[in-house]
Design a protein around this ligand. Structure first.
Ligand SMILES: Nc1nc2c(ncn2[C@@H]2O[C@H](COP(=O)(O)OP(=O)(O)OP(=O)(O)O)[C@@H](O)[C@H]2O)c(=O)[nH]1
Ligand SMILES: [Mg+2]
Length: 615
């Protein structure tokens, strides 16, 4: 049976075209009805994914080609979700490594390829987006292939793995070829498809190895549906499973001790196109879902007999960042959403961490504050967005870098490899920005079209909050990505924000007239007519200290008030702070207050006479 099965994952750096390619794999395998209208990037099914145009969660699908079923896993490319990719790979025997033909291999290409090599996957190199105009210049495609080959060698690929097959693709037009000489005619309209890629998967990737013995499955992902409830997703290592089977979940309890939990299988499902369909039986080698456990964790092994051993638990690299989540203690709490009590906040965070093994939950000394540990700011931003959409109100603190100590008691801090692509004229400004943040440049490369590629080694502290500054410095034309590389001795203090905050000195509503005079003191974040309270931040001070201001002051009215005379107030460029900008901006003595409708910034201590103005 398993000879008619292939399990593959699609891996790449962010935006190199994974989800778009999966669209066409599905379409060309006849997954959709003829004339059925299908959205672009159908696998990016979460609202947040569609809005942001990125994949956040890995997702399964399958197609049937001839008499072979191919399970395909689309993975996220953003570095913050690397933990997701790592564990998901364990379900597959092959990987399609996409590399953008213009950009070449980037940090996340390296990260995912390293994991794929370690897990012994058969890797197909797919040079994607060959339609990009930059590709036609010089010998770009061969440079990119050489770059990829060097990476394979660097990362310790076996001889067999380094002898990878190559396809050249334009995922967005749904074609690929193994013959580079054919690219120009395909670009000019010759009809092509993804058959060469399907053939490669069938010929080059091994069918899943199946062990002898009773049922055994490793839970690599979780899913939930209204009508089935909690489900575990995984590949079957041996045996098969049917509805009604009595099985045992080999899991760990809260203290990390191994325990066995018997249960009855209530449903068995498998992936078919975009749907999960109930099946009579799930066989060895296949990927599917089982339900019936009220509690299932990533890393659990499901077995038929107690004597069978658990498979090695999935281990994800440890987090480098932490962030405090607190109940909302502000005076406006509960007005725009549900101001949750600490128990509910705790439950919600715990549940989220169960779905995302790359995140960890920790209690703090404060009963109404919890720490979430993870790898990147985006990961936190997604969690916050999801909780806001569920109607919750809460507060979050500034992300903190997790330090370690070496055996001599010296403090160590995480460092990252940072790769930047940008127009050459901005290199001076960007280099200076990174050097003040303790970055050390390791390479400077001209990549054509007036663009350069810079590599830095920089403390994680130094890249926190750098994204929007980098975008501004490069007028939106730069791309940036980073990857954690290890711990080094602490590189010394770093100034995060030079400016103080403009803080409302009372409760009330902002008035245009008052804001007009305050704007001379700095940069406003707030429109007129916004509810504020004492201790709420309404802007950034031009000086390096905090300033309490009255944003609710009304103009003294004369007896004859000319109509509209109040409307001539001139407010210039109010900076609307997005959630990400707030995360980048705040200091340790400040909170972000998140509600379904608003993102506010505030001082931790609200009363001005209790607060220190010096920074
Ligand atoms: N020129 C060109 N653009 C493409 C091609 N394939 C995808 N794109 C574009 O590249 C962007 C990213 O595509 P996605 O499919 O979302 O990339 P992804 O790798 O799934 O991204 P993440 O999941 O967030 O890592 C989109 O704007 C696509 O339209 C291609 O073959 N040629
Ligand atoms: Mg994607």
């Amino acid at each position: 049976m398993s000879a008619n099965l292939r399990n593959i994952c699609i891996i790449a750096h962010v935006d190199h075209g994974k989800t778009t390619l999966v669209d066409f794999l599905l379409k060309q395998a006849g997954t959709f009805q003829e004339h059925q209208a299908v959205d672009d990037r159908v696998m990016d099914s979460m609202d947040l994914e569609r809005e942001r145009g990125i994949t956040i969660l890995a997702k399964n699908t399958s197609v049937v080609v001839g008499n072979t079923k191919i399970n395909i896993i689309d993975t996220p490319g953003h570095a913050d979700f690397g933990g997701e990719v790592e564990r998901i790979m364990g379900m597959s025997q092959g990987a399609i490594l996409l590399v953008d033909a213009a950009e070449g291999p980037l940090p996340q290409t390296r990260f995912v390829l390293e994991k794929a090599i370690k897990q012994g996957l058969k890797i197909i190199l797919c040079i994607n987006k060959v339609d990009r105009p930059e590709v036609r210049e010089g010998d770009r495609i061969n440079e990119v292939i050489n770059g990829a080959f060097d990476l394979f060698c660097d990362l310790g690929a076996t001889e067999e793995q380094s002898d990878f097959p190559i396809v050249y693709a334009c995922g967005r037009q749904g074609w690929c070829t193994m013959d580079p000489a054919e690219i120009p005619s395909l670009l000019e309209g010759k009809k092509g498809d993804l058959k060469p890629l399907f053939d490669l998967v069938l010929d080059y990737v091994n069918p899943p190895q199946v062990e002898e013995g009773p049922f055994r499955m490793l839970i690599s992902n979780l899913d939930y549906s209204e009508w089935v409830g909690q489900m575990g997703v995984g590949r079957v290592y041996s045996g098969s499973v049917k509805k009604g089977d009595r099985l045992i979940s080999k899991t760990v309890d809260a203290a990390g001790k191994a325990v066995n939990r018997p249960f009855t299988v209530s449903k068995v499902l498998s992936f078919k196109g975009l749907r999960q369909v109930e099946v009579d039986e799930l066989e060895a080698g296949d990927i599917g879902l089982i339900a019936g456990l009220d509690e299932v964790h990533i890393g659990d092994t499901i077995v038929a007999n107690e004597t069978q051993e658990a498979l090695p638990r999935i281990i994800v690299e440890s987090p480098t960042l932490g962030m405090i989540f607190s109940i909302n203690t502000g005076p406006l709490s509960g007005q725009e959403g549900e101001a949750v009590q600490s128990r509910k906040l705790r439950d919600r965070l715990l549940r989220f961490c169960r779905y995302n093994v790359a995140l960890r939950f920790e209690e703090t000394a404060q009963p109404d504050q919890f720490r979430i540990l993870g790898r990147g700011e985006l990961q936190f931003a997604i969690l916050i967005e999801q909780m806001r959409r569920e109607g919750l109100e809460f507060m979050i603190g500034r992300p903190e870098v997790l330090f370690q100590k070496d055996e001599n008691g010296q403090t160590l801090e995480p460092v990252e490899r940072l790769v930047l692509d940008l127009p050459e004229q901005y290199s001076g400004e960007v280099t200076e920005m990174l050097q003040t943040r303790k970055g050390i440049m390791s390479s400077y490369e001209n990549i054509g079209h007036g663009r350069i590629r810079l590599k830095f080694e920089i403390p994680t502290r130094g890249i926190l909050g750098i994204n929007s500054r980098f975008k501004t410095a490069t007028r939106g034309e730069g791309i940036m990505s980073s990857e954690f590389i290890g711990y080094v001795p602490f590189r010394g203090e770093l100034i995060h924000r030079m400016n103080g905050a403009l803080i409302s000195d009372r409760d009330g509503e902002t008035i245009a007239y008052a804001l007009e005079s305050i704007q001379e003191r700095g940069q406003l974040f707030c429109d007129p007519g916004v509810k504020v309270y004492e201790g709420m931040i309404i802007g950034e001070c031009a000086k390096d200290q905090d300033l309490n201001v009255n944003a609710c002051r009304e103009k003294k009215l004369t007896n004859h008030r000319a109509s509209g005379s109040d409307g001539i107030v001139m407010l210039q460029g109010i900076r609307k702070m997005s959630l990400e900008q707030c995360i980048e901006w705040i200091e340790d003595d400040e909170w972000i207050e998140a509600t379904p409708e608003s993102i506010r910034l505030r001082k931790k201590i609200l009363a001005q006479n209790m607060r220190n103005q010096k920074r």
